[in-house]
Design a protein around this ligand. Structure first.
Ligand code: ASP
Length: 316
């Protein structure tokens, strides 16, 4: 496994499988009353977040703590970055304190990779602009594998604001690596430029039309409409978006029974996903959150200890 996790490109299929195997062991820890493993005792991880986050930051914090690491959260708002300190100075300052790993979220695509060149500890990309969010894709793949048994030959539909989605970019790569067939669906204005060439190269399909895709899907992943990254009008009205691309109550009947519904959160209920879909019996949204802790424990464990997966390394 690479020293850093910046992109799904850093992982071989066998690395992803190892991460899932260890995550399954870590997942069992969540069911215990005492949720502590000694694997990262004495190590310090900094969560350096320049963008808002609920799930990702808290799950990395819980993951580190359950592995007995010391975890420090730094957000741009409360740090010297808000006083004009450069990214490089901020990063060099925190790493000079003798930390063992850095989890970074930043609004600029490529920021995590840039940071990895400045420091000599493992860097985990927790979302860089519209580029990648590898641990989200891993937790999605893990959730789907548990629901579907395998991803080999399964058809996953990814629907929504693809242009602004790092979740889509990481997921397409990992799902295809794991043997799934992927169709991405968006209105023309939210279909990223250059997707035609990329989809041919990477082996996924694109569509502007949601209804014919849903009955064919073994899983459907809805993406948030990311208004904060939009500079202009990408669709006329919210209502029009929902009519064309929302997972509405009516559209639920197009899905095969038992089709898992995923959303990375935060959800815009009533826009890209109806309450009926978000709370449906087949909704995997909360499973994704719980898998997020297990998968991040696994990633921290692999990158910070450099150990192959297995019981003996994880400890009791
Ligand atoms: N939470 C995910 C991310 O950070 C998805 C989203 O924000 O819509 O990319």
């Amino acid at each position: 496994m690479n020293r850093h996790l910046l992109s799904i490109d850093d992982l071989e299929v066998s690395d992803i499988e190892d991460i899932f195997t260890t995550a399954a062991e870590m997942h069992d820890v969540q069911k215990r009353s005492v949720k502590k493993l000694p694997a990262l005792r004495g190590r310090t991880v900094i969560n350096l977040f320049f963008e808002d986050s609920t799930r990702t930051r808290s799950s990395f914090e819980i993951a580190g703590k359950w592995l007995s690491a010391d975890v420090i959260n730094l957000s741009a708002k409360g740090s010297s970055a808000s006083k004009g300190e450069s990214l490089r100075d901020t990063v060099l300052t925190v790493t000079a304190m003798g930390i063992d790993g850095l989890v970074v979220r930043h609004g600029a695509s490529g920021a995590a990779e840039q940071i990895s060149r400045w420091v000599d500890v493992p860097v985990i990309n927790a979302g860089d602009g519209t580029h990648e969010h590898p641990t989200q894709a891993l937790l999605d793949g893990y959730t789907l594998t548990r629901r579907l048994g395998t991803l080999e030959g399964k058809h996953v539909a990814i629907v929504g604001d693809l242009t602004h989605s790092r979740v889509f970019r990481s997921n397409v790569k990992s799902l295809v690596k794991l043997g799934a067939t992927v169709t991405v669906v968006a209105p023309p204005t939210l279909m990223p430029a250059g997707v035609a060439d990329w989809s041919k190269e990477a082996g996924f399909a694109t569509s502007y039309d949601l209804d014919p895709v849903l009955p064919e899907a073994d899983a459907v992943m809805m993406l948030r409409v990311q208004r904060e990254r939009m500079s202009g009008g990408f669709f006329p009205t919210a209502r029009e978006y929902t009519v064309g691309y929302g997972l509405t109550r009516d559209r639920l009947s197009l899905l095969k029974p038992g089709t898992p519904i995923l959303h990375p959160g935060p959800m815009n209920r009533g826009l890209e996903i109806s309450a009926d879909a978000a709370d449906a019996i087949d909704s995997a949204v909360l499973d994704q959150v719980s898998a997020g802790v297990a998968v991040r424990m696994s990633v921290l464990y692999h990158l910070l200890t450099g150990e192959p997966q297995g019981n003996e390394g994880v400890g009791e």
